[in-house]
Design a binder for this molecule. Structure first.
Ligand code: AMP
Ligand code: GLY
Length: 444
């Protein structure tokens, strides 16, 4: 009997998770619903024409899973989780679906909920107030005694866009108007924290959470030196020197495990758990990690470098689905990994698409380099074409550490960039040139 895994989603994270799962010798086939050009080209992999992230397709997808006798379903993005894809499958007597149920996804889908839970569990976070409406938010801002800036957050899922980081009260009051035009529901007013950000990921079976003992750093701004607009993430690397294994363990123990334990009886949190953390500075001396937010999924593009550090993520997921977290072992390699995102011109706003991509065959021959696709499709001639904002996550691993990994990733980026510009007679991609620079500078 063939062992088949289905991945829900089409982005770089889903390609990375599916590729990693396909590396296990016990996995015969990985199917993506609906994947991208890259996911259809990998060994053992294929796409189906069902967008599994859309609620209206859950029924068709669950029929497919039953008819094809799929052994395991892994859900990548937060939207289908928030729409209850896991509950839907359970209600149709299919339990091998990895991700939290709708109720438990609330850890990401409601910042008001996660803030209250953190407060109850005494988990370090920014001082904050959950305001039911704009009038209360205005009063809260006016009464705040924060010299160091104010952060305004929307309650629900906003694709990373619902957060306004303000320098002072006047700016906060101005941005609140803008915020209220775009978002409804509760508004969170928080103190602004300063420090380096990193992420920690774990896998939970509903009772315990097993962390990946490696910190990851994302690069959210579009341009070098953290300039330009916020994006979904322009690159990531691991391990991040800002948080060593000891810090990662303390985040897992003090900030992730209590959440899973608290949710065990009424919501049962089963799936990836993602803690976004900031290493705050206190008078520039004492550093203390504080939670910025939790997410109910893996990070994108953090998944891309993380999977390069592992043999395969298949067995840890399988053990969690079996409720046997004691069997979870992440075989982390030594060294470092890095992902550089190549995005379409115009991203994160209106962007151009439809350009053939060159250089992929040459890069496929490079050792320890893997190009994870996001916004790509195949045209009728079988060419890979740009079709989204974030197009490729050029990812590398080196046992010699971050400097070497970064060098490999950028060698591959330049091959793709030059070949694509040549085919199209113009520059097609934007990307950052300083992914992991903070880590490399620390080596000096
Ligand atoms: P979140 O969606 O809550 O992770 O926020 C998105 C981004 O906004 C974070 O990655 C931070 O860069 C920034 N941010 C959120 N909360 C704060 C805070 N309290 N202080 C400073 N920056 C913040
Ligand atoms: N890279 C940020 C996220 O996945 O939310």
């Amino acid at each position: 009997m063939k062992n088949k895994v289905l991945i829900v989603g089409s982005g770089g994270r889903e390609h990375a998770l599916g590729w990693s799962i396909s590396q296990d010798k016990d996995v015969d086939e990985v199917i993506y619903a609906k994947g991208n050009a890259g996911t259809s080209l990998d060994d053992k992999c294929r796409n189906i024409d069902i967008d599994g992230t859309k609620k209206e397709n859950f029924s068709e997808l669950s029929d497919f899973v039953k008819n094809e006798k799929i052994d395991m379903v892994v859900v990548g993005p937060e939207q289908p989780l928030a729409h209850g894809i896991v509950d839907y499958f359970h209600n149709r007597y299919y339990d091998n679906v990895f991700g939290p149920k709708k109720d438990a996804s609330i850890i990401e889908t409601s910042k008001a909920y996660s803030f209250s839970l953190m407060r109850e569990l005494e988990i370090h976070q920014a001082d904050s107030t959950v305001c039911p409406n704009k009038i209360v938010a205005i009063e809260t801002i006016k009464q705040l005694n924060k010299k160091n800036g104010i952060v305004i957050k929307a309650d629900g899922l906003t694709g990373g866009k619902g957060v306004y980081v303000c320098d002072n009260k006047d700016e906060a009051l101005l941005r609140l108007e803008e915020h209220a035009e775009k978002y409804s529901g509760s508004i969170i007013i928080a103190e602004r924290l300063y420090g380096e950000e990193f992420s920690v990921f774990g896998i939970s079976d509903g009772k315990r959470v097993i962390p990946l003992k490696i910190s990851v750093q994302d690069h959210k701004r579009l341009l070098d030196n953290d300039k330009g607009p916020n994006t979904g993430g322009m690159g990531a690397y691991c391990p991040a020197p800002v948080a060593n294994v000891k810090v990662v363990n303390s985040v897992a123990e003090d900030m992730m495990a209590p959440i899973v334990r608290k949710m065990e009886y009424d919501k049962e949190y089963r799936g990836f758990l993602y803690a976004a953390v900031i290493m705050t500075k206190n008078f520039w001396i004492i550093k203390k990690p504080k939670i910025l937010e939790y997410n109910c999924r893996f990070g994108d593009p953090e998944a891309q470098p993380v999977v390069m550090m592992l043999n395969s993520i298949y067995r840890p997921i399988k053990s969690a689905l079996e409720g046997k977290t004691e069997n979870i072992k992440f075989d982390l390699k030594k060294g470092a990994a890095c992902c550089v995102v190549m995005a379409s011109n115009g991203y994160p706003f209106e962007y151009e698409k439809g350009y053939p991509i060159g250089g992929l065959e040459e890069v496929a021959k490079m050792k320890d380099v893997k190009v994870f696709h996001a916004g790509t499709i195949l045209n009728e001639k079988g060419q890979v074409i740009t079709a989204g904002g974030r197009v490729l996550g050029v990812t590398s691993y080196s046992e010699n550490g971050i400097k070497d990994a970064v060098g490999k990733a950028y060698d591959a980026v330049h091959v793709i960039d030059n070949a694509t510009s040549k085919i199209n007679g113009k520059k097609v991609f934007v990307y950052r040139n300083d992914i992991a620079r903070k880590a490399i500078e620390r080596l000096k």
